[in-house]
Design a protein. Structure first.
Length: 238
């Protein structure tokens, strides 16, 4: 019997993005593509049922969310405890944005609102370390991102592999099979533009040139490849 790759859903896309590209579950499966041929399971982080144990799954991908890890809500604390247990058991875990922050906090780091402010749109990241999850030939290394919080203090043993202008911890290997990215590898240009447009009033209020931001949006294929490369490298369905 094969063990599924679990997508732990911690939130929903903004409505225009969902209408165009589906749920986070849909987007992530599309981004993983042919890197994984096994079964999938969608799991609601806010549900009441028990989480599966390590032997029941082949890996976990944790989605983004409009929630903040700093809220310390009961479902967030419960999810952090589960993720920490999976990591101890050697289960592959990949965190996206909020999921990246959950991993950082769960493993002993600290998440806080970024004092440098919001990051949004298609950005160029600086890759500072070598790793099979990062395409060595992809330069410039573009990523699609939207966030205000960051992993401000890393847990012990974490290794930074890339950064953006406002986030020194944008790509982090938290363990041998545990990786987090502050960006959104599941976002293509359509999704990223939908997010920017949905935040237009907020962005303009913070002094961003929204039209210039939209003009710079693209599929950010280097950042997108991180997800499929992680799955190909670490996830086995049996």
């Amino acid at each position: 019997m094969t063990r599924p790759l679990v997508i732990l859903v911690t939130g929903e896309p903004v409505a225009p993005a969902r209408a165009a590209r589906g749920s986070f579950f849909d987007m992530i499966r599309r981004a993983v593509g042919d890197a994984y041929a096994g079964g999938w399971r969608e799991l609601d982080a806010k549900g009441d049922g028990p989480f599966p144990v390590s032997g029941e799954l082949s890996g976990v991908i944790v989605t983004g969310s409009s929630a903040s890890v700093t809220e310390r809500a009961p479902w967030i604390l419960r999810t952090e405890a589960w993720l920490a247990a999976l990591v101890r058991d050697g289960t592959p875990v990949f965190g996206i944005c909020f999921g990246h922050q959950l991993l950082g906090q769960a493993l002993g780091g600290l998440v806080a609102q970024n004092p440098l402010g919001r990051q949004m749109g298609t950005l160029e990241a600086e890759i500072t370390g070598e790793d099979p999850v990062l395409d060595p030939d992809a330069r410039p290394f573009s990523v699609n991102t939207t966030h205000r919080d960051v992993v401000q203090r890393l847990p012990e043993g974490a290794r930074v592999l890339g950064r953006t202008e406002k986030d020194p911890h944008a790509f982090v290997r938290f363990g041998p099979k545990v990786f987090g990215v502050q960006g959104h590898p599941e976002f293509d240009a359509v999704t990223m533009r939908a997010y920017v447009e949905s935040r237009r009033a907020i962005l303009e209020g913070e002094g961003f040139d929204v039209d210039a931001m939209l003009a710079g949006v693209h599929d950010a294929l280097p950042g997108r490849s991180v997800l499929s490369r992680f799955v190909r490298e670490h996830v086995r369905d049996a």
